[in-house]
Ligand binder design. Sequence first.
Ligand SMILES: Cc1ncc(COP(=O)(O)O)c(C=O)c1O
Length: 410
Amino acid sequence: MSEALAAKAARLDAEDELAKLRDRFALETPSEGNAAVYLDGNSLGALPRNVPERLAEVVAHEWGRMRIRSWEESGWWTAPERVGDRIAPLIGAGPGRVVAGDSTSVNVFKAVVGAVRLSGGPEQDRDEVLVDATTFPTDGYIAGSAARMTGCRVRAVEPAALGEALGGRTAAVLVNHVDYRTGRLYDLPGITAAAHAAGAPIVWDLCHSAGALPVGLDEHRVEFAVGCTYKYLNGGPGAPAYLYVREDVQPAFDSPLPGWNSHADPFGMTSGYTPADGAVRGRVGTPDILSMLALEAALEVWDGVDIGAVRAKSLALTDFFLECVDAYVPGGRLSCATPAAHAERGSQIALRCDDAGEVMRGLVARGVVGDFRPPDVLRFGFTPLYTGFADTERAARVLADVLAGVPVAR
Ligand SMILES: Cc1ncc(COP(=O)(O)O)c(C=O)c1O
């Protein structure tokens, strides 16, 4: 069985048009023997090869020699909008709608308060912020605070029940595009349309979908979206997040964090606040330039890459992983928390077993890096830019060895 699947993996790798992109990353080549199979790019993307040199140049030249002049002459001041415009095509947004900066948590705050204010909030009898009940925790915490500050309350709703929960009292809706634990993909076009039919603006958290599948923010008329760049966008640990604001919503976007970077005339240093036009309105304070420019360089790996092809490969990889797990792991040992239907699957596979923590430690010891989410989830992220089918087959084979108690080869 394993020979047939290994042969299939070799064939799929040979046919894979994205396979060559792996060279854009600082990863060991599989032929180097003990190279790890890195299936944690849904948590921290791998390092693009061009980033260290670019960062060294920024430090030595732009900061070291140009110093203060770099804010203008090296384009530091406008980096948040410029980097936002590089992210934009990956999430189906036109230019001028995305600004990079802050963390996802901070951007959730800006977007949820912005959405409540856009809806009219309690003054228009809209006093409920609907949040998907399975949300990544930070979104729920921040939405709770944003709701309190705007005179609303949070209502946690299972994503499947959002349709019934929406109504005239809905001030804003916050949904994760892909569930971080199960890898379930939610119906962005359908849920967005339902929110709009109830007269409510929507905020999407794209942390687990941007860079893994097409999103179509402009097409589906999403008001706000947020996401991080350290997963599938490979921006590096703690890389700046981003905020998307739909173009026609921008003039009415009333940011709860109107810092001087979002002022129409930041260097006018006036005491009164006049918001800038466009995505810049989502800025707050001085951007973290080193991380921002590392991210900008990291985004170069996407040059010439079609996100539709990325999605096709992601589904092929996760299908193949499930096929290999099915073949190698005895029935009943694991259960799959990720939907089988492609329309409901992100780019990760979540497998459940009672001893998941121990199993993941065994996998990492054997060079297969995924992660463990308590209490019982093994997460395997598939990053089509640098994960291949042979990696995938090896991961499933090693998983079967770990589950069977085969000792680590020394
Ligand atoms: C879905 C989701 N939302 C929000 C966050 C939090 O992002 P940050 O730490 O940048 O605020 C994460 C982090 O992994 C996440 O997966």
